[in-house]
Design a protein around this ligand. Structure first.
Ligand code: HEC
Length: 244
């Protein structure tokens, strides 16, 4: 009976078009409507910290180099994923991620809980040539990352993020370039200003192993070490404690 109806509909081209639009709209509404209430349903975790200018620059390099094409940043609620990667990802962790980098392709491992898993030195060696530390690796080498970081775009990017609701102050935006440099030079005169603006939670050190030039490697490693450390919400998620 239903098949018969569909068969007849297929012979009426305009009717079929209207039918497709109706069916498509229902699917669209189901997906889009919940997003209108997202501000009320997803709270910013109380312990959430913003990404620093250096980490943001690293995130931009992560996108530029296409790391997301092989790495996801979202742990699913499946036992084997949690065993391998850690607590599953919760929406609140991504409230300030524009664009989000959850990804779906995993040629390499998920990176959502990467921060603190390896030393900075390991990351530097691995990015310069993955096979130096993981002989069987098929990940490409990124030997050009030791070049100087151009901090010019970090401030404007922070201004855009601020307009999307990420709490960057005008002071943070104005000092983006110096703060990027200060985070990688803990002994410099400007290091204290960085700590005043971002607190003591973001790590301050020479991420590329060299306190000289501020490099793209500094930025990318700072970003990788920050993954999964901006909030503890996923560890404290009540749903997780109740075993749901
Ligand atoms: C062609 C796919 C591919 C691309 C592109 C790629 N990776 Fe990988 N990545 C892998 C594979 C496969 C592994 C596992 C082997 C290894 O550790 O090298 C891996 C491992 C890693 C690890 C170790 C993760 C862990 O938990 O052990 C990190 C960190 C990493 N990649 C970062 C990056 C970054 C940063 C970029 C971009 C600059 C990148 N990857 C681009 C495939 C890729």
């Amino acid at each position: 009976m239903v098949l018969r109806l569909h068969y007849n509909l297929e012979k009426l081209s305009m009717g079929l078009v209207v039918g497709i639009i109706v069916a498509g709209s229902i699917g669209g509404l189901v997906e889009i409507a919940p997003l209108f209430t997202i501000d009320g349903t997803v709270d910013v975790p109380a312990d959430m910290r913003v990404q620093t200018p250096l980490e943001l620059a690293g995130r931009a390099i992560y996108m530029r180099e296409g790391c997301y094409a092989c790495h996801s940043q979202m742990i699913r609620t499946l036992a084997d994923e949690i065993d391998r990667y850690g607590p599953y990802s919760v929406t609140a962790e991504s409230v300030w991620d524009h664009p989000m980098l959850w990804g779906s392709k995993r040629t390499g491992p998920d990176l959502a809980r990467l921060g603190g898993k390896y030393s900075d030195d390991w990351h530097v060696l691995h990015l310069l040539d993955p096979r130096d530390v993981v002989p069987q690796s098929i990940m490409p080498a990124y030997p050009w990352l030791m070049r100087p970081l151009d901090p010019a775009l970090i401030g404007p990017e922070m201004a855009v993020l601020a307009s999307l609701g990420v709490p960057y102050s005008d002071d943070m935006i104005a000092h983006a370039a110096v703060d990027a440099s200060a985070q990688a030079r803990p002994d410099s005169a400007i290091a204290g200003d960085f700590a005043d603006r971002y607190g003591d939670r973001p790590a301050q050190r020479a991420f590329d192993g060299d306190g000289g030039d501020l490099t793209e490697m500094d930025a990318l490693v700072a970003y990788l070490q920050s993954l999964g450390t901006l909030t503890r919400i996923a560890w404290d998620d009540p749903a997780e404690e109740e075993g749901q």
